[in-house]
Design a protein around this ligand. Structure first.
Ligand code: F6P
Length: 544
């Protein structure tokens, strides 16, 4: 039974969304010259500017009423306190305990903190021993490369952060093997020397088909080069399933565990981040945790109207539920953040792609929008056409980094200029009369102007959030990732869904057993459509 307070907050918001011109952004700047400052908030190093959205003071009031009605702050406090906010799996969501300061966490979460501390001490000792040469490969050679074998949350976060932070001066090279498609392994293999390669099998469950298939492949490669027993000295496991890691041949001292209250997509702060510690160095990993901790502290303390995660979530609600925009793009204007959109795709869509509410009934409104993205400026030459002129606006998160870590100031100015220009173009657009005047000035004949000008119009009033950080380093990256993690938690509360389970990935995993049997030529019950596809693949494989 929906709560009348919540329903009335939704009704008020949706009524604002139905008002003529509700999507218009430019008039809000005309009405309020101080809008950029009024709609900007800071937390630590992160600035969030929401001014380029059609969020008027009345809309902001309605959004904050909704946040209060749906209990966003209570949900936040229960999450940090270790309550079983992951109701369908009967457990907490304690990724924040992995980066909490001593004494800054409720008693219920204390054991998670202690476990995190113990594992971190072992991760640190292992990292330093590998980097210092106390732990070496079977031939006595020092490890130069680490391969993380994992998928989803056991891959995307660390792979994204290594891409963002690794430089040639770092202690080790990190590689990420996720797909069960062995083309990935075949592409990686020639870059590795087995005598110098450390392999981390990263799997919370230690049962994931892709990861275990790749783990067997890579263990076989090590064994062939080094011998079966010595090869095991090149392995470590990052998992909550100690017996399965042991059965795979990884001894307990090489297994780095974490609690089942840490969800896959929230797990880069746990043992799943070991590849980062090895590749970047322990101090960098600690800075990453410290950055996330700074955002945690902001989220716990800031009032709703000043909280960056809350405001990002409320902007999403306005766009998805009141204006009906079904997608959002994330465009980091920094090549080092090339995998950040991929991380957010999992974080947001695996968390929020739900149509059943906490009460077990159908949710009454749209939930998780489609999230996609690419770094700028590449995105401009790819899908930005649709974002500028497609029929349905797609809100954009622009992520800008003020200071580069290279000496090419001109390149960096152009990069930032492009990011700001995209946000400007989405906001201000270009009306028909301006297009006509421009074409006339360029000497176009009247017939051509009449035929072509409509195609060159930009409606404007298309929303974007602008996020600016001073530089990209482990501390700022930790803040950015935690910002989006907490945005997801807020949206779970606002939409009344569980953001911490992922039942939607199970059916495909189950059915893969049957389709695998069918591809092995065994008679199994599959749908006629699958049977036809299997028949065609088997026919092509028979031809070779
Ligand atoms: O894609 C589903 C999922 O369960 C993710 O949530 C998880 O991060 C990923 O698979 C990998 O799971 P595991 O770490 O258990 O191998």
């Amino acid at each position: 039974m929906p709560s009348p307070t919540i329903e009335s907050a939704w009704s008020a918001l949706q009524a604002l969304g139905r008002r003529p011109g509700a999507h218009a952004i430019r008039p809000l700047f005309a009405d309020d010259p101080g809008r950029p400052a009024r709609m900007t908030r800071r937390a630590g190093d992160v600035l969030l500017d929401l001014s380029r959205s059609a969020i008027s003071p009345a809309v902001m009031g309605a959004l904050l009423d909704l946040a209060r009605a749906t209990g966003v702050e209570a949900f936040r406090d229960r999450m940090f306190g270790g309550a079983a906010v992951n109701v369908t799996e009967g457990r907490g969501a304690l990724h924040t305990a992995l980066r909490a300061a001593d004494g800054a966490i409720a008693e219920a979460a204390g054991s998670a903190l202690q476990q995190a501390r113990d594992t971190q001490a072992r991760m640190r000792a292992f990292t330093e021993a590998v980097q210092g040469g106390a732990i070496r490969g079977a031939t006595g050679a020092r490890f130069s490369d680490v391969v993380n074998i994992g998928i989803g949350g056991s891959d995307l976060g660390p792979a994204m952060a290594a891409r963002a932070l690794w430089t040639p001066g770092c202690p080790m090279r990190a590689h990420y093997l996720a797909n069960v498609d062995a083309h990935a392994w075949e592409a990686l293999r020639p870059n590795l020397d087995p005598a110098r390669t450390l392999v981390l099998v990263a799997s919370k469950t230690f049962t994931t088909q892709e990861t275990m298939t790749n783990a067997h492949l890579v263990r076989g490669w090590l064994a062939q080069a080094l011998g079966a027993a010595p090869a095991t000295t090149h392995l470590a496991a990052l998992s909550t399933n100690l017996p399965a890691a042991d059965a795979f041949g990884i001894p307990p001292e090489r297994v780095f565990g974490f609690a089942d209250t840490v969800g896959g997509r929230f797990s880069m702060w746990s043992a799943i981040g070991l590849s980062l510690a090895l590749a970047l160095g322990w101090p960098a990993f600690e800075r990453l945790l410290a950055g996330a901790r700074a955002m945690d502290e902001h989220f716990r303390a800031a009032p709703l109207a000043d909280s960056l995660p809350v405001l990002l979530a409320l902007a999403e609600v306005w766009h998805a539920n009141a204006l009906g925009y079904p997608a959002r793009a994330v465009l980091p204007y920094d090549e080092r953040l090339a995998r950040f959109p991929a991380h957010l795709q999992q974080l947001e869509m695996e968390s929020l792609g739900k149509a059943v509410g906490l009460d077990g009934g159908a949710v009454a409104r749209a939930t998780g929008p489609v999230v996609f993205g690419e770094p700028g400026t590449n995105a401009q030459h790819s899908f930005m056409q649709l974002i500028h002129q497609g029929p349905t606006p797609v809100p954009v998160d622009f992520i800008l980094v003020a200071n580069p870590d290279h000496p090419h100031a001109d390149s960096h100015r152009k990069l930032l200029a492009n990011g700001l220009a995209q946000a400007e173009a989405l906001l201000v657009g270009k009306p028909l009369d301006a297009v006509q005047a421009e074409m006339r000035a360029a000497g176009a004949p009247d017939g051509q102007i009449a035929a072509i000008a409509p195609h060159r119009v930009f409606t404007g009033d298309r929303p974007s959030n602008v996020i600016i950080v001073p530089r990209l380093d482990a501390f700022t990256l930790g803040q950015l990732v935690a910002l989006y993690e907490h945005k997801v938690a807020c949206l779970g509360a606002l939409w009344g869904i569980n953001p911490f389970d992922q039942w939607g990935v199970e059916l495909g995993k189950q059915l893969a057993g049957g389709t695998l049997a069918a591809l092995e030529g065994r008679a199994v019950a599959v749908s006629p459509a699958t049977a036809a596809s299997v028949a065609e693949i088997l026919r092509l494989q028979a031809i070779g």
